[in-house]
Design a protein around this ligand. Structure first.
Ligand SMILES: [Fe+2]
Ligand SMILES: [Fe+2]
Length: 169
């Protein structure tokens, strides 16, 4: 693996770690607001991002590189409302997708087939995560503005939690 490729993968380690902390911070906020379904959802997303980070660390080790473990920027701790929060999640996922696409392009340019192959898992993961976040935003839109809005949103998130945890998507 070239030093540039290793640097780029190391940057991605930082990006996944930041996503993990961002979603954990969002989960804490939701818990505080009594949105327990949203909190549980985001806590699981946080654990997923940690797993994405670990997969990168282990890959770099496997190809005899040296993963660098970065410091993580402080994520925001306060959020305007639940709509904005999930829009921010989708926005962040889109940013990660662009970063993964850049990595894929670079690995292909370098003829680094092993890394190219490894990254395909992330390509698929990003498609799934963006799709899931869009589904949630669609539901939030459908619920619209009603006095029980937060109750229904949290109920939808609980339904998604149950479906994901029972092995669905
Ligand atoms: Fe990720
Ligand atoms: Fe993600």
């Amino acid at each position: 693996m070239s030093p540039e490729m290793q640097n780029k993968l190391n940057n991605q380690i930082g990006m996944e770690a930041y996503a993990s902390f961002l979603y954990l911070s969002m989960s804490v906020w939701c818990d505080y607001k009594g949105l327990m379904g949203c909190a549980r959802f985001l806590k699981r997303q946080s654990a997923e991002e940690h797993m994405h980070m670990m997969k990168l660390v282990e890959y770099v080790q496997e190809v005899d590189g040296y993963p660098s473990i970065p410091s993580i920027a402080q994520p925001p701790g306060d959020f305007k409302d639940i709509d904005t929060l999930f829009q921010e999640v989708l926005g962040h996922e889109k940013k990660v997708t662009r970063a993964i696409n850049d990595l894929v392009e670079f690995s292909s340019k370098e003829k680094d087939h092993s890394t190219y192959n490894f990254l395909q898992w992330y390509v698929e993961e990003q498609r799934e995560e963006e799709n899931l976040m869009r589904t949630i935003l669609d539901k939030i839109n459908l619920i619209g503005d009603s006095p029980q809005k937060l109750y229904y949103i949290d109920k939808e998130l609980e339904a998604i939690n149950d479906s994901v945890e029972s092995g669905g998507a």
